[in-house]
Each structure stands twice: as C-alpha cells, then as structure tokens.
Design a protein around this ligand. Structure first.
Ligand SMILES: C[S@@+](CC[C@H](N)C(=O)[O-])C[C@H]1O[C@@H](n2cnc3c(N)ncnc32)[C@H](O)[C@@H]1O
Length: 299
C-alpha cells in the first residue's frame, strides 16, 4: 500500500466481470503486472487488446502534480501512442476495455492494469487530474464543478441551459458554469465574488434555500446543483423538494462527510435519491473533493 495506490493479492481466480466498485477510487482494475520500459508495458497490456489507454501519475497532490511529473507522464504517453498498433483513444465507451498505466517516480517500475469501462466510471481520469485552479477562480469549487461536468460528459456547451445552484457563494462553481454559457441562479446568503455578480447571466438570490419562493426562479431548470455545507440528509430534503417542482434534467450535489454517522447513513440516502433523481445516479470522490463526495444524475 502506497499513497493513492492500493493493491490487493487475490487467492485463486477473479470472476471475469470483477469490479471493485470503490467510490473513493479514481480508477480500479485488475493488475497485468509491472513494467520498466514502454516495450514491457506493451507486452503486459497485449492480452487486454484495449483500444483505450490512460497514462496516470501514481500520486497526485491536492493542488495537482508538478510540471515535471506531467512531463514524464506525457513522454511515456507519446512513446506508447507511437507503438505499432498503439492505442488511439482516451475516451472509452461503455464495454470498452481500458488499460491504465500508473507512472511512479523516476526509475520506479510502472504498474499496468485494465478494467471494463461502465457508465459512471471517469471517462479520462488524466484529464481531471490535469485541471489546475486558475488564479481568477473565486474558490476551489471551480475545480469540483469542472471535474463533475467532465465526468458527466457535458463539459463543452451549456449555452441556453439554466442552472439553480444552492450554496453558491463565493462563486467558483458558478463561474465554471457561466463560462460555458449557462444562466445561473445562485442561492446563498453569503457574498458572491464581484466577477460572478457582474456576469450578465448570473442572478444572485441572497436568501437561504428554505426561503426560496416560486417566482424567484424559472418554472423549470436544466441542472440543479447543491454545494451547501449542510448534512447530506438536509441537502437532500431541499434538493428533492426543488427537483419535484423544477424538473431538472440533471443533478450535481456535493455531499459533505463530516462524521462517521453521516458516512454510515450515506448508502441509504443515495438509495433513496435513486427513487426521484432524473436519471441514473453515480457517486464518487472526485480528485478535487476533500471530505465529501459528488453525486451526479443525468437524464
Ligand atoms: C462550500 S460553500 C459553497 C461554495 C460555492 N459553491 C462556490 O462555488 O464557491 C457552502 C455554502 O453553502 C451555503 N449555505 C449553507 N446553508 C445554506 C442554506 N440553507 N441555503 C443556501 N446556502 C447555504 C453557505 O453560505 C456557503 O456559502
């Protein structure tokens, strides 16, 4: 066990459809072995016959990997993509076999593994891990929103879409949504960042979620977001109420895990959200999440 890389030895055969299903893992799969060179990587990966490969640094500090780490990862990726019959794609489709190559420190062997891509898996974990907080972002929530949109696969274009965000101050997530063309209604008694407030598509509703009344927001919204620092059970009471009225196509909720009690209640809560969510529900800890997980659902 090393920081951010955990391996288990298994006695006997794993079933062909084995999935770890860990919500706190960015990626998990079955090991194909270690490799010192790119040619050895290709040998280890050959039985998987994967069209999609992800090359990832072994450890990603909270504020992102250093430029030299990415330079080494990029160098290996370039060599791998130049291999005869080398992989061509980064974005898998459900059912695709994906090879992951975990690149450690200089001189350390690489770990090669594979998994079958399923809905709810990260499309390209490397793309999420490469995101860095821009200096103009009002808060780290910018990263959380960028990563959630990437995960949902709706990152490019939110033009014409309406978003209601509960717990919007100071505005990192709102800025991410606004810069993709969305109209954002931000609900928070806290102060919003001046750049977000000045945006023509931003509407600040300076009230608590419980005081939001019909008429303050449109009759229907496309995306319902919550980043309120309240117990997940309370967040879900608000979100369910708004979802039944505003019929969103999607949800992006951060659920704060501030105690062991909250953690223990979470599976049951997620189960109940599945009853009213607009589409399939997926939960995971994104790289930018601290003591919290992100729940997404999209029609
Ligand atoms: C983690 S911060 C939100 C960060 C924000 N999403 C961003 O992008 O910068 C949590 C916010 O939830 C707000 N909050 C807590 N309870 C709330 C409630 N009942 N209604 C609305 N906002 C609430 C707090 O005022 C706080 O600004």
């Amino acid at each position: 066990m090393r920081p951010q890389l955990i391996t288990w030895k298994v006695q006997g055969e794993l079933p062909g459809n084995f999935r770890l299903g860990a919500q706190f893992a960015q990626v998990s799969g079955v090991s194909l072995g270690m490799a010192k060179t790119v040619l050895e990587v290709a040998e280890r990966a050959a039985p998987a016959q994967a069209a999609v490969w992800h090359i990832l640094p072994r450890e990603v500090p909270e504020d992102g990997s250093a430029a030299e780490t990415w330079a080494r990862v990029d160098g290996i990726e370039t060599e791998i993509r130049a291999l005869p019959d080398g992989p061509q794609r980064c974005q898998p489709k459900p059912g695709d076999t994906v090879v992951s190559v975990i690149v450690g420190a200089e001189g350390e062997p690489m770990l090669v593994g594979c998994h079958r891509h399923q809905p709810g898996d990260l499309g390209d974990p490397a793309a999420l891990l490469r995101l860095a907080l821009p200096p103009e972002a009002p808060s780290r929530a910018w990263m959380k929103m960028e990563q959630a949109l990437d995960w949902l696969g709706i990152q490019e274009d939110l033009k014409g879409r309406t978003v209601l965000e509960l717990g919007s101050a100071p505005g990192g997530a709102s800025l991410s949504l606004l810069s993709r063309g969305a109209t954002v209604y931000g609900v928070d008694t806290g102060a919003m960042d001046a750049r977000v407030l000045a945006h023509p598509s931003f509407h600040h509703l300076k009230v608590a979620a419980g005081d939001l009344r019909p008429g303050m927001v449109p009759d229907q919204v496309d995306l319902l977001v919550s980043d309120m620092n309240l117990e997940p059970r309370v967040v879900c009471q608000y979100v369910e109420k708004f979802a039944s009225r505003l019929r969103p196509l999607g949800l992006i909720l951060t659920l704060k895990i501030n105690s062991a009690k909250v953690e223990a209640e979470l599976p049951d809560l997620i189960h109940r959200i599945r009853d009213w969510a607009p589409g399939p529900v997926y939960v995971r800890q994104l790289p930018a999440n601290r003591q919290e997980v992100t729940l997404v659902s999209w029609q």
